[in-house]
Design a binder for this molecule. Structure first.
Ligand code: FBP
Length: 672
């Protein structure tokens, strides 16, 4: 049923591509051994809650007779589930697991739970056979089994999962998910520990925020799967917008790209395409308004007041728009990471406070805040009453009258966004908030001011100006010195700041003795003036769900297939509470090394739904990393504040082809 490879070396049908296996998996005899050179610190809470998993060490594979020989013969019954948002390559994890399991022993059986963890709780599953696997090889999304965000967070749910697994006689369960799902995997591994059911996690998420190092900085999991494919899909769209913008020369394209918290996707997309501006949340969080801070010396300081504000951010964007307009470019591309608001000090404070208010309400009333107050007005009313009551009673509460006043100053749609229901894991749902609309609302308002005061204006190309003036029989140089503020030899001429209307234009011409008091401005000069008045037009785009459904890149196809294979060998090695990984992904495929990362040491305490929970720590963009530094060093050029075309970049090519080569994500190559 599989298509034949075309002579050209490309594949007619993606399903017929067979990803290569890591070298060690090609051997007849495979050994697993603990790698004691890899070290972790374990959080005391992880030691308390996951006692049996804390002794796990990093596991590597070899074919050099080191460690324990892996028995591939005993038949296995393995369950597999997708958890959380889809990510390209998930089907290949199952394909790798399936192929290696069936190759080791045709009696091995793989069962796929449907619609995410709920499928385990409810015992809703299918047996995965070769027809099913073949249909989805190298295909995007999670459509084979579907997915869901149910959290297995109560003893009752764990009991139900155990019951299902026992009834199905499973000896292992593979959970393909992000940080929260791998946290779930660890807790399940602990509770199944004495039941003989192993649990293995697989690092998935387009957000790229599962990047794991040991305490000595050794990279164990360079990136979660799906990141590269989603980033590439966004990059291709953004590249197309760059071309359209440079052709149509009238729109600013505001591109919000997914990444619930971390800005890895924005960073990769930026490096791939060189947009005019890419915001990186982590960098904004680091920002300190030094002048404000200095002015406040000797005063009582509220440190939260010196961080990045939405107002300051909007001014920075306006500055770019104004400078590009001066070069005749009233268009451009701005990339905004989805999780940006999390890094803006003033907004983060609201998010944390509202999380606490909502979870307090749920606890005290044993009811759901959102069901009790379904409408925005009702929610706001509750907050107002709470703040007033606290003020009257002289109590210190998390939501004060000051918070209430500040909150009421923001637009309703944004208030609604901030008050929206958190997801099952207690995460703020950034994808549901129109971050771009909030920021661009401020930008549009400020641009109007800049336009009115003569700062925001379009540069006029000198040659075009000369031609128009010649046609009108006017002296270009004399008029230029009356109308423009910069040197006549510049490629783009900029209208003087005080000329903001036809009236002020006429006055400038009279003052320069170019026309008399009772003459009108020459028509050609008026037309040129009109050309300098910019219209700010923007188009907003959200790149996210499309990238999650994209077909995996060659890199992700190969990576995920080997994550599936690794999961199988971790199961055969008797592991539980481990996450499959492949090291050295930035290097040539022949150097890829599969392994198993113990999950318990990756945990830390984090605020969720108003209380501290033990979860896997997300990895954020490291501002000292070479990838970020590369972006920083190049971004002045990307602004395009020069005459002529912007220097954009075509995203890396990607194709599944017979030589099985691939190009890794840029952030991996740069950071290696
Ligand atoms: P995972 O962490 O589950 O992989 O999901 C990440 C993500 O794609 C984020 O980028 C985005 O904020 C979120 O999913 C959207 O979630 P939902 O599918 O619930 O709208």
């Amino acid at each position: 049923m599989l298509d034949k490879n075309l002579e050209s070396g490309f594949f007619e049908n993606r399903c017929s591509y067979n990803p290569p296996k890591c070298l060690v998996f090609e051997s007849e005899e495979i050994y697993s051994e603990n790698d004691f050179s890899i070290e972790f610190d374990i959080h005391p809470e992880a030691a308390r809650l996951l006692p049996d998993l804390c002794k796990n060490r990093f596991l590597s594979f070899n074919n050099e007779n080191k460690g324990k020989k892996i028995d591939r013969i005993s038949p296995r019954r393995i369950g597999v589930v997708f958890s959380g948002g889809p990510a390209p390559g998930g089907h290949n994890v199952i394909a790798g697991l399936f192929d290696l399991a069936k190759g080791a022993n045709p009696e091995n059986r793989i069962f796929g739970f449907l619609r995410g963890p709920e499928g385990i709780i409810e015992g809703h599953y299918i047996e995965v056979d070769s027809d099913t696997v073949n249909k989805y090889r190298n295909k995007g999304g999670f459509s084979m089994l579907k997915t869901g965000r149910t959290k297995i967070d109560t003893e009752e749910k764990k009991e139900k999962c155990l019951k299902t697994c026992k009834e199905m006689k499973l000896d292992s369960l593979v959970i393909i998910g992000g940080d929260d799902s791998n946290t779930n995997a660890a807790f399940l591994a602990q509770s199944f520990y004495n039941q003989g059911i192993q649990v293995i996690g697989v690092p998935k998420t387009i957000d790229g925020d599962i990047q794991i190092k040991d305490i000595n900085g050794k990279v164990l999991c360079p990136i979660s799967f799906g990141f590269h494919s989603a980033a590439r899909s966004f990059a291709i769209n953004i590249k197309n917008l760059q071309t359209d913008a440079a052709s149509d020369v009238k729109y600013w394209h505001i591109c919000k790209v997914m990444g619930r918290v971390a800005s890895h996707l924005a960073l990769e997309v930026g490096l791939q395409t060189h947009p005019n501006m890419v915001l990186i949340g982590e960098e904004l969080a680091d920002y300190v308004d030094k002048s404000k801070l200095e002015k406040s010396i000797n005063k009582e300081r509220d440190y939260s007041a010196y961080g990045m504000t939405l107002r300051h951010l909007s001014r920075t964007i306006c500055d770019l728009i104004v400078k590009r307009a001066a070069m005749g470019k009233n268009y451009g591309i701005l990339v905004i990471p989805e999780g940006l608001l999390e890094f803006i000090n003033e907004i983060q404070t609201f998010i944390i406070k509202l999380n606490a208010v909502i979870s307090d309400y749920n606890k005290t009333h044993d009811n759901d805040f959102h069901s009790d107050f379904p409408l925005l007005d009702l929610k706001l009313d509750y907050l107002r009453r709470m703040a007033r009551q606290a003020q009257e009673d002289g109590l210190i509460t998390v939501w004060t009258s000051r918070d209430d006043d500040l909150f009421n100053d923001i637009p309703d749609f944004f208030k609604e966004g901030l008050l929206m229901e958190r997801d099952n894991h207690g995460n703020f749902q950034f994808s549901q908030v129109e971050t771009d609309r909030i920021i661009m609302g401020l930008v549009t308002d400020y641009l109007k001011i800049l336009k009115d005061n003569g700062t925001y204006k379009l540069g006029i190309e000198r040659n075009w100006y000369l031609k128009r003036m010649k046609e009108a029989g006017l002296d270009p140089e004399r008029y230029a010195s009356a109308v423009f503020e910069n040197s006549f030899s510049d490629k783009f001429l900029l209208r003087k700041k005080e000329i903001i209307s036809k009236k002020t234009l006429r006055q400038a011409l009279i003052d320069a003795n170019l026309i008399s008091n009772d003459e009108d401005s020459p028509r050609a000069v008026v037309k040129i003036f009109e050309k300098t008045i910019p219209k700010f037009k923007m188009q907003t785009h959200f790149y996210g769900y499309d990238g999650r459904g994209a077909d995996p890149t060659a890199f992700d196809s190969n990576y995920t297939y080997n994550l599936g294979a690794t999961s199988f060998f971790l199961i055969l090695s008797g592991c539980s509470g481990y996450m499959a990984c492949v090291r050295h992904l930035e290097k040539d495929f022949s150097m890829w090394e599969p392994g198993g990362i113990p999950i318990a040491p990756l945990m830390h305490l984090e605020e969720r739904k108003g209380k501290l929970d033990l979860v896997i720590e997300k990895s954020l963009v490291d501002l000292d990393s070479p990838a970020f530094k590369r972006l920083k060093s190049m971004r002045d050029e990307w602004l395009g504040i020069y005459p002529g075309e912007d220097k954009v970049r075509d995203p890396d090519p990607d194709i599944l082809c017979k030589d099985k080569k691939h190009i890794p994500p840029m952030i991996l190559s740069l950071n290696s």
